[in-house]
Design a protein around this ligand. Structure first.
Ligand code: PNS
Length: 168
């Protein structure tokens, strides 16, 4: 049987398509709050991703380095079921602007209804990252703009390659 959820274990879920410096900032700050932080990539999603889950995990592995308590995973199905199975009592999410609030509020309350023992904890995005989203990063990259300083260097290279592949 799975261990009861611990508030010292957190899941940081997302699409990470691709990881940005905003995500990295959250991972860095979140990792200092808990004993274990599990960064979890959602597998089944209706959005059309640019990168496969395996590519996204690879980019995370290349960029999320130097944290002894951060693990990477992929998950299917309900987030709270995955959290429960991993013994995590906390879901970590970042909030950028007010526009993030409504969806995050709905998800947090739905997750609490599904599994009241698991708390969602929000961190405010770092101010220098609060305008960054994976969606905009892809749009700028696709239109030939620079995303230097907004995503990790390794991700910048992969974005360039993906843009070239997609325009073939
Ligand atoms: O990076 P994103 O796209 O904002 O992440 C959204 C994510 C993965 C956190 C959310 O879609 C999710 O938790 N999906 C799993 C399915 C689920 O549990 N749905 C009910 C939550 S209210």
């Amino acid at each position: 049987m799975a261990a009861p959820p611990s508030s010292r274990i957190a899941i940081y879920p997302g699409s990470f398509d691709p990881i940005t410096n905003g995500h990295l900032d959250l991972i860095s700050r979140g990792s200092r709050m808990v004993e274990r932080l599990i960064v979890a990539v959602l597998r089944n999603q209706s959005k059309q991703p640019w990168f496969t889950v395996e590519e996204r995990l690879q980019m995370l592995a290349e960029t999320v380095t130097g944290y002894a308590n951060v693990e990477l995973a992929a998950f299917d199905g309900l987030l709270v079921d995955f959290a429960q199975a991993r013994g995590a009592g906390m879901i970590l999410r970042g909030i950028r602007a007010v526009s993030d609030y409504e969806l995050e509020w709905q998800m947090a309350l739905m997750n609490r209804r599904l599994r009241p023992g698991i708390e969602t904890v929000f961190l405010m995005a770092g101010e220098e990252y609060s305008f960054i989203s994976s969606h905009l990063v892809k749009e700028v990259a696709a239109l030939g703009g620079s995303v230097a300083g907004i995503v990790p260097r390794a991700v910048e290279e992969r974005l360039k390659r993906r843009v070239a592949e997609r325009s073939r």
